[in-house]
Design a protein around this ligand. Sequence first.
Ligand code: PBG
Length: 306
Amino acid sequence: MIAETNVSVNQLIYPLFIVDGFNVKISIESMPNCYRWSLDLLLIEIESCIKIGINSFVIFPAVEDHLKDKVATYSYSENNFYLKAIREIKSKFPEITLMSDVAMDPYSSDGHDGLVRNGEIINDETLPILAKMAVAQADAGIDIIGPSDMMDGRIGFIRNSLDNNGFIDTSLMSYTAKYASAFYGPFRDALDSAPKSGDKKTYQMDPRNSKEALREAELDVIEGADILMVKPAMCYLDVINQLNQSFDLPISAYNVSGEYAMIHAASQKGWLDYEKSMVETLTSIKRAGASIILTYFAKDFASLNN
Ligand code: PBG
């Protein structure tokens, strides 16, 4: 009765990985119970998640190397299997909330979220590419666009392009304060999307800063974001709290791959209790002020209550 914080499955978004092909289910060593699914099996997986109460999903594509280039052309190509999958998922399950990933890295031969020239990330020339990607996803029926690239000005640029193309109802969840974190390692294994050279520190945030997160949030609000995200979650609970205190938009947090992997690894060794650690993790992220949590724990958490 007096508990201040309760985690509900309704507020969880379950990240899923998709690959092209048929009858494919590839495990990801550093992310137990997560797979790269082909669409046919992904549809079955989504259906089983819906049965236990999960109604929001974010999908990430693992793209074959030969389809990658410097300008991420495949990201908005008509033949893109990710766009086809969005269409099919939404037509089969219109009631779910489906969120996308907008960033160049799954499609970039450089493995960066922005355009690379002479070893540098070119912010402004990246924006039209991101906007084309977002419009293609909106056209495929996505509910929430999730720009995860951290280029400056992309929220406003994408919002304008969506509106100009008639997608006035498509929402934007901005990766507002996305830190240059070591905790993305397993995700990059999952997608084969690690940078080919350098790191992401010129566009992702410095873990030493929190005021900078407030500046980023202010810009995103002005540019038209609908939801503000902090990522990762566990090492950044203070940032989640500050954004929640300072802004009246919904705050989300991404409980990332490395946070999932370390709890799994420790519990496999018998050093942590898996279920208790999972519930405590999700509860603390909510207590900090995130009303929405993107988490690989979604399915296990939902199963607890079923
Ligand atoms: C890249 C992207 C990353 C994640 C989501 N989108 C990794 C990165 O920035 O290198 C990480 C998610 C996770 O670790 O669970 N656009």
